[in-house]
Design a protein around this ligand. Sequence first.
Ligand code: HGY
Ligand code: MN
Ligand code: MN
Length: 415
Amino acid sequence: MSQLSNLQINGDRLWDSLMEMAKIGPGVAGGNNRQTLTDEDGEGRHLFKRWCEEAGLEMGLDTMGNMFARREGTDPDALPVYVGSHLDTQPTGGKYDGVLGVLGALELVRTLNDLNIKTKHPIVVTNWTNEEGTRFAPAMLSSGVFAGVHEEEWAKARVDSKGKSFGEELKRIGWEGDEPVGARKMKAFFELHIEQGPILEDEDLDIGVVTHGQGLYWLQVTLTGKESHTGSTPMPKRRNAGLGMARVTELVHETAMDYQPNAVGAIGHVEVYPNSRNIIPGKCVFTVDIRSPSKETLETMKMRIEDGIETIVDAMDISAEVEVVGHFDPVTFDENCVKAVRDAAERLGYSHTNIVSGAGHDACWINRVAPTAMVMCPCVDGLSHNEAEEISKEWATAGANVLMHAVVETAGVVE
Ligand code: HGY
Ligand code: MN
Ligand code: MN
């Protein structure tokens, strides 16, 4: 790779593509609301497909809507190097979460085309359907089906808050392919992603070499009490599911605080029924999100929270159902792929550090079926899953350069 040591992507073109994609599914505060399988997601897919075809790539589409844009290698039988992320966003998402990884991958192909650089192994730019899991739980749903973690039928039956299923929405937007999901074999998979945390910016570092990803549980909790009048029901007679939810919220926070500095816990999704100002909530449905880099700590937190919920509801004469709707163990990425990322950062002269990903990514599942690694770039104030999410063009360019070098190193340059 020494002959390509100064190979650099076109940062302006990458930035322009990011800003162009950000126009699709705009939020209300400068970010994006391009949730999976909405019309906006479909529009973003069409734009991405057009760009891929303009770059001479051949687009494949599987039965979960995963998109695979292939650049031929000199050896068509060689296992391709896959590189990508996700185009779907949170309802109040940023312009870069996921999108940087997909368009950074497209940019490396555009650069190789510009310089007529050939690789032995084909390169496949990838968009995974429904990474966020906010409309259809769990997160990383389609990369999970691809990796054999979820059954396709189960995944397609997942419903959103309006009762629409993944499968019917995928058909409705016209992005259900006929390629069997998971049939593709990979030499390796690389994903570029913003850090979504403060470490790189705080330490003034250009690149995160992601060695591990922390594990996660999403516990969907349903508390059932009794609806009654907020004015005339005596306090001792109330069976207040809302109060129960408040106590579980405190339990989740306190449990995570017992395992600092790495464990985290919060409740971000809440449904209160009947959600009337003068009716005591009879039912609350909410999702506990707990994470830790340690499997043992994660399991202990889950057990403590499940036991704690039992104690809370017994004392309040309400009932609880707890369903695991999302889970993956902590992930250790492939050391050869991680080395390719670290060597690329070294070669390019970028400051870098090993880092554990706080967020989940498609790479966490693909790591089960192919050697996988991730590249991270900083984001302003470590903020993400917020419309104010921001990065610099320099950070995006550095991340995409490291991604390109790691991918090209793995795909093998042909003179
Ligand atoms: O939840 C996550 O970590 C990812 O953003 N879907
Ligand atoms: Mn993401
Ligand atoms: Mn996200």
